[in-house]
Design a protein around this ligand. Structure first.
Ligand SMILES: Cc1cc2nc3c(=O)[nH]c(=O)nc-3n(C[C@H](O)[C@H](O)[C@H](O)COP(=O)(O)OP(=O)(O)OC[C@H]3O[C@@H](n4cnc5c(N)ncnc54)[C@H](O)[C@@H]3O)c2cc1C
Length: 316
């Protein structure tokens, strides 16, 4: 990594691992360099310099990055440096599950019968506060297989309980409401506002005051969503309808992220608070469970299941 002055700036942030430091730390370092005016030509990016690796090694070891930047930037990485900047890459946390993919409904580990989750949407709790590179694909292979095996085993013995009468009405009403609405609010306007809030205030650096304001604004956007409508009234392949439903879900997830980030008054992994910049194991070595209740979000905590290794201070 090189900043606009050509410096290998990671040497200053992580003298031992340098550019191979976990990416939450690299993201913060890039951000810091850019905000100090040391981005390339004072702009909002730095360089990833792969030129030393040479064409043959790049094609052999990093074929995806090589073809990606050739296609999208017209760059040959063996000759030219690649502009890079931090972006949202992965969601740590998610739907709580056990190691066989059963969805858990509470802190005690009560299984919600018949519901499974695997992959990025799930939280088996193997990644901690900062997932290490490549571990998502391992997660998919390991827990995808485990979920498949669990379903195979349980489907034969599972008693399928009858659904409550007309349970689908909640969804049907929501869809009909969107199709019939007068459309006083627009999907792209609200979505863009949410994206801008999350990018600006729930980024690699966060602080209490901004998170608090963001939470209020997200709640206002959620209220505005009640007046959301679609111009396309078709019930077949209606992407606008899909986007409207997704926007509601994204806003709920955004609210949960900001709410938990506001309450967690420490820094841990990818969650970095300028106003609480230290990791605080005494108070915060625990998982947050957020529930949606009629009076708003409620948070509860579950202590960490300790394995063979004690959590240690990160040293790079
Ligand atoms: C730029 C980038 C680079 C990455 N590089 C790496 C890497 O090098 N190594 C690594 O381990 N991880 C990497 N990751 C992370 C990894 O790619 C993801 O975590 C992983 O692909 C998630 O897989 P998934 O199947 O859980 O979810 P997804 O791949 O997101 O699949 C979810 C699917 O569900 C579909 N879907 C959504 N809603 C609905 C609905 N209502 N009905 C039906 N279908 C629906 C979506 O269309 C999608 O196809 C990277 C991520 C990004 C963004």
């Amino acid at each position: 990594m090189r900043n606009g002055l050509g410096e290998r700036f990671m040497e200053r942030y992580a003298p031992t691992l340098k550019d191979l430091t976990p990416r939450d730390i690299i993201s913060r370092a890039i951000f810091k360099e850019i905000s100090e005016g040391k981005g390339v030509d004072g702009k909002d990016y730095v360089y990833l310099d792969l030129r030393d690796l040479g064409e043959e090694r790049l094609n052999q070891k990093l074929p995806e990055i090589t073809s990606f930047v050739k296609t999208y930037l017209g760059i040959n990485p063996s000759e030219t440096q690649i502009p890079v900047a931090p972006t949202c890459h992965y969601m740590m946390g998610g739907i709580p599950t056990d190691v066989n993919g059963h969805v858990l409904s509470d802190r005690a580990g009560t299984i919600l019968p018949g519901l499974f989750a695997a992959g990025e949407c799930a939280c088996v709790s193997v990644h901690g506060a900062n997932r290490l590179g490549c571990n998502s694909l391992i997660d998919l292979v390991v827990f995808g297989r485990r979920v498949g095996l669990s379903i195979q085993k349980e489907i034969k013995s599972r008693i399928i309980h009858p659904l409550p009468l007309q349970v689908e009405n909640i969804v049907v009403d929501k869809i009909n409401g969107l199709l019939e609405s007068q459309c006083s609010e627009s999907i792209p306007v609200i979505r863009e506002h949410m994206q801008q809030l999350m990018t600006q205030y729930c980024n690699v650096f966060r602080n209490g005051q901004e998170l608090e304001q963001t939470l209020v604004q997200l709640q206002q956007l959620k209220k505005r969503c009640l007046n959301l409508g679609v111009l396309n009234k078709s019930k077949v392949f209606n992407y606008e309808l899909q986007e409207a439903l997704e926007l509601n879900n994204m806003l709920r997830v955004a609210e949960v992220i900001v709410y938990s980030a506001l309450i967690r008054k420490e820094s841990r992994g990818a969650h970095f608070r300028n106003d609480y910049s230290k990791r605080n194991d005494e108070q915060w070595l625990k998982h947050a469970f957020v529930n949606e209740t009629p009076t708003g979000l409620k948070i509860k905590y579950k202590s960490l299941a300790k394995g063979r290794f004690e959590p240690e201070k990160r040293r790079y």
